[in-house]
Ligand binder design. Sequence first.
Ligand code: MF3
Ligand code: CO
Ligand code: CO
Length: 271
Amino acid sequence: MESISIKTAEDIAGMRIAGKLASEVLDYITPFVKVGITTGEIDQLCHEYMTNVQGTIPAPLNYCPPGYTPYPKAICTSVNDVICHGIPGDKVLKSGDSVNLDITVIKNGYHGDTSRMFLVGEPSILSKRLSEITYECMWLGIAKIKPGAHLGDIGHVIQQHAEKAGYSVVREFCGHGIGKIFHEAPQVMHYGKPGTMERLEAGMIFTVEPMINAGRREIREMGDGWTIRTKDRSLSAQWEHTVLVTETGYEVLTMSEGYPELPDFIKNHQG
Ligand code: MF3
Ligand code: CO
Ligand code: CO
């Protein structure tokens, strides 16, 4: 296994700034995510905000991992049965749609990566429950983070919570180390067994970003080379944070003023 970098104090300071800025893009766009807007308009607004207001660079734009074509937009917009990497375009949001907006900014060379779910108009009971369970999955995973814990501890709680609700965990995509590089070691699986995989140390930074399907876990890749959908066309949800391992536990780097309410099990255990 490729080794996991330990960030310096300077790196951590840079990652705090990038993380907060990424979250602030989502705060900014929230009031615009309404019936009638297109995913392309959301992308354009976010792109302008990053460039003109924040002075950040959208990391997805022209991002080109091996075997891919360059990603054509500034953000990812994944609607309903799209699991991840949805490309913004002419799609008009309608009442009942659920959409994940995934933002990665670069500031002073450092990456901040975060995503949230948005329920448009009158949400269905299913989409609301799926988003809530996925949010809990992410936070349950984050709550496991401390020196000496293992990545498998995170995956295990996420998988347990999702499957107990009758949902499934996507296997093909995972969380990742992040810093000056967008995607680096380790791979953070959203399923697994306690005590397995890499052991955590203070100074590591990685994302936790579970993708949870209402139906089966299998995926389909679209012809655009990026968009990933559920094979059975069931709904999918995702939430994402960038997290630092501290001496005593964790620090979520992708927080801001407009962040949604924390789950009770987090609120009650913070200071
Ligand atoms: N932001 C995504 C992640 O969480 C990666 C998107 S890659 C892109 O890892 F090129 F599609 F933007
Ligand atoms: Co992301
Ligand atoms: Co990520």
